[in-house]
Design a protein around this ligand. Structure first.
Ligand code: PLP
Length: 219
């Protein structure tokens, strides 16, 4: 499955984030040996424990809801935080990145699904953040794009519409705030069940777990 998916994504120039949450380090190492370097986790403690054990050239992506008081644990090494959903979180990432003397790349997470349980900003909230006077002083974060999760449903038309709405938000932010910023170019959308639809709607980064590692056991 790994070879098949990577061949398909390579052809379309889409980055694969292998979502390894709940899976043991051996599973990650096996995929690393096939050449995979980008892995996604959604729990800070699980991520830091795995990062400690595994090769240092892995690019770790944080894809879950991130609490401000935990940013400090991942700030030294995180490659990309997909889930910035508040200005206070952005501020904290900037602060911790400054302490580490690095710039941390982030995505703004948008709420595009029908389910109210999912996290994420509205377009208006994002515009407020980007217009905030303090934003211009945050030298230790770089916003490189957007992320979103579609509704969990078999209705692909629904999912297609939600991905299209994320792409539209991306395009508008690009035009209004990042016109001269070539690094603002990522649209992180698509999981095991909907990544084909996501790519059709312009995804540049898919986050795939189940298809690569098998079903997760939360017991
Ligand atoms: C778990 C998770 C994924 C991967 O989901 P699969 O359906 O297993 O591919 C992608 N994105 C986020 C934010 C996740 O939490």
């Amino acid at each position: 499955m790994y070879e098949q998916i990577t061949a398909e994504l390579k052809q379309k120039n889409v980055c694969l984030v292998a979502v390894s949450k709940t899976k043991p380090p051996e599973d990650i190492r096996a995929m690393y040996q096939k050449g995979q370097r980008d892995f996604g986790e959604n729990k800070v403690q699980e991520l830091t424990e795995k990062a400690e054990l595994l090769p240092k050239d892995i690019r770790w992506h944080f894809i879950g809801h991130l609490q401000r008081n935990k940013v400090k644990y991942i700030a030294p090494f995180i490659h990309l935080i997909h889930s910035v959903d508040s200005f206070r979180l952005l501020r904290e990432i900037n602060k911790q990145a400054r302490k580490q003397d690095r710039v941390i790349d982030v995505l703004l997470q948008f709420h595009i699904a029908r389910e109210s349980s999912k996290y994420g900003l509205s377009k208006e909230e994002a515009v407020d953040m980007l217009q905030h006077p303090d934003f211009a002083t945050m030298d230790h974060i770089r916003i490189i794009g957007v992320m979103g999760m579609a509704t969990f449903t078999d209705d692909l038309e629904q999912v297609r519409g939600e991905f299209a709405s994320l792409h539209a938000i991306f395009s508008q932010l690009k035009e209004d705030f990042f016109e001269d910023a070539p690094h603002f170019r990522e649209i992180s959308m698509g999981m095991s069940g909907d990544y084909h639809t996501a790519i059709e709607q312009g995804s540049t980064m898919v986050r795939i777990g189940t298809l690569l590692f098998g079903a997760r056991d939360y017991a």
